[in-house]
Design a protein around this ligand. Structure first.
Ligand code: B12
Length: 498
């Protein structure tokens, strides 16, 4: 069968602060389909620098029987607009949506033009659909569709052991290497699933749909090192990003991780690695081994430096573990990128002050610059918090819940005002200079850090102005003017240094 897989990619710039990444989910689906003799073409608008009009005519010409779209919060509206035009050109092609967003928003996607939604992992349902045809949809686990106005939904598929999945199909990788080094990363995976069940997380939510909570499936480390070596040899690629929700996992997984590190080192690949993990999994020995094999950056799901907040998220970590992890990474010269959730339904000014006392020391430039909880539909917090009523983040919205306390809301508004102004320096001014060749990667990153670091000064001012106890809120205009001064100074300092 002829199949197309499409990623209408939004929200990535192809710069050192916002590198392009290939879509491993679609590459894995293409891998299993091709291994089973189906004809598959992949399209990624960012990687291929393709606009939506030319994509439309290419798809019309190809005229596949199935087209799968990966849908997320950032691209859902553009994808829906796109399929509205596509349906006119290819009325008989089945349009399928997949991914985390699709899994939890299947009804609105089906009501807005998609013929099918695949819940959770897509390899097996897509293969069965391609092998058996749409008529057999009743027998294919993980499929949802509309009949009249009613949504029909089969049970989610049982996620397969990773050893049964063929390798990802990397046909689009030659496009990615047209970006300068440092502006792209190649997606690989060592595992799927997470052993934990944090209340805010939609990965845990997807796992629990298929009754697969607290399970982690790992790849064979020798085969994975071989896969990486082949990518290096075939495409000359050097920078890898592990997509695992939690790369290190529990202490039982550590021997496998060490084996992978040793295997990569033994092959002398001279590559860089980035992983996502939890603070309680960071230990000296593992970090030493991974550093030797190329580890450069670790995204740490810190969430908070306030124990009550960590407990309320069912995170299962303590503040000291967060601090230890950061220290270990920095001692080894590895860059931590801290995922933080400072604003959530139980936040208070007192808690923010506690968080700030740590982040002021660590430096806000080490954070991901996202600070407010996103209520992902499907997550426990989204179902349980009355503020949100289970709807979660919807199209055109950022967070999916309101802040009711006026003081906290003011703190957020000021925080966000500064955050966006600093992001603007990086994503507009510095990015444009970088693109014109006035800044190299190293300087771009240095100036980015300098910009983000300023958030610490801003938060000092915000928290000083908003009292914990007193009823009255401060004068917003005055506070905003003072913040603007700090932000203007930062901007000027950065531009003077150029
Ligand atoms: C890498 C990554 C990114 C990269 C993008 C990589 C890329 N090219 O897509 C970057 C940093 C750019 C990114 C951005 C965003 N991301 Co992101 N990202 C991830 C991350 C860490 C790994 C994704 C991955 O490759 N997983 C491994 C592959 C094998 O799995 P997969 O992609 O999920 O695909 C499988 C299934 O989902 C499904 N599937 C996916 N697409 C399709 C399509 C079809 C047709 C079918 C049948 C099945 C199917 O089948 C695949 C194979 O089993 C995940 C967390 C995680 N560990 O999964 C978050 C995650 C997917 N991202 C998330 C979000 C919200 C975003 C943003 C919307 C954030 C934002 N507000 O800007 C943006 C979207 C921008 C965009 N690309 O359009 C959320 C999604 C939450 C949700 N409930 O929807 C996640 C789960 C993280 C989280 N919990 O916060 N992200």
């Amino acid at each position: 069968m002829q199949i197309a897989l499409v990623h209408i990619s939004k929200g990535v710039d192809g710069t050192p602060v916002s590198p392009v990444v290939d879509h491993l989910g679609l590459e894995m689906i293409a891998g299993i389909l091709k291994a089973n003799k189906h004809m598959v073409s992949q399209f990624d608008t960012m990687l291929m620098k393709k606009d939506e009009t030319s994509l439309l005519s290419e798809l019309e010409e190809l005229s596949p029987e199935l087209i799968g779209f990966t849908v997320n919060y950032a691209n859902v509206q553009d994808t829906l607009n796109f399929i509205a035009s596509l349906k006119e050109l290819l009325p008989n092609t089945q349009l399928i949506a997949g991914g985390h967003y699709a899994t939890f928003h299947l009804s609105s996607l089906l009501n807005n033009g998609f013929d099918l939604v695949v819940l959770g992992e897509g390899e097996i349902p897509m293969l069965q659909l391609a092998d058996w045809g749409i008529e057999k949809k009743f027998q294919i686990s993980g499929l949802a569709w509309l009949s009249g106005k009613t949504v029909f939904q089969n049970k989610p598929a049982i996620p397969p052991d990773l050893k049964f999945l063929p390798e990802a199909d990397r046909e689009l990788l030659p496009y990615i290497t047209s970006f300068p080094r440092g502006c792209y990363k190649i997606a690989v995976e060592g595992s799927r699933g997470c052993l934990y069940n944090c209340r805010f997380c939609s990965i845990a939510a997807t796992q629990s749909l298929s009754k697969n909570s607290n399970c982690r499936r790992m790849k064979n480390p020798v085969l994975l090192a071989e896969e990486i070596e082949n990518l290096v040899k075939k495409f000359g690629i050097k920078d890898f990003w592990f997509m695992d929700p939690d790369f290190l996992g529990s202490s039982r997984n550590i021997p496998t991780i060490h084996k992978l590190g040793d295997e990569i080192l033994r092959r002398g690949l001279d590559i860089t690695l980035e992983i996502d993990t939890r603070s309680d999994a960071i230990n000296e020995e593992t970090i030493k081994i991974l550093k030797a094999s190329g580890l450069k950056t670790v995204f740490l799901g810190i969430e908070s430096f306030d124990q009550l907040t960590l407990n309320s998220f069912s995170k299962g970590t303590v503040v000291q573990q967060n601090l230890n992890a950061i220290e270990i990474l920095e001692n080894h010269g590895i860059r931590p990128v801290l995922g933080t959730i400072l604003f959530h339904p139980n936040s208070s000014i007192r808690q923010l002050k506690r968080e700030h006392s740590f982040l002021r020391q660590i430096g806000y430039e080490k954070t991901q610059m996202l600070f407010r909880l996103k209520m992902y539909r499907g997550s426990r917090i989204c179902a349980e918090e009355k503020d949100c009523g289970g709807r979660g983040v919807t199209q055109g919205e950022d967070y999916g819940w309101e802040i009711n306390d006026p003081k906290l809301n003011l703190a957020w508004l000021m925080f966000d005002y500064c955050r966006t102004a600093l992001l603007d320096i990086v994503f507009n001014d510095l990015t444009s200079l970088f693109r014109k060749g006035f800044l190299d990667t190293e300087r771009f990153l240095l100036l980015t850090d300098e910009s983000y670091h300023t958030l610490g000064d801003c938060v000092d001012m915000i928290l000083e102005a908003i009292p914990e106890q007193q009823e009255n809120c401060p004068n917003t205009m005055e506070l905003q003017n003072s913040l603007q001064e700090i932000l203007l100074n930062t901007r000027m300092k950065i531009f003077k240094s150029l």
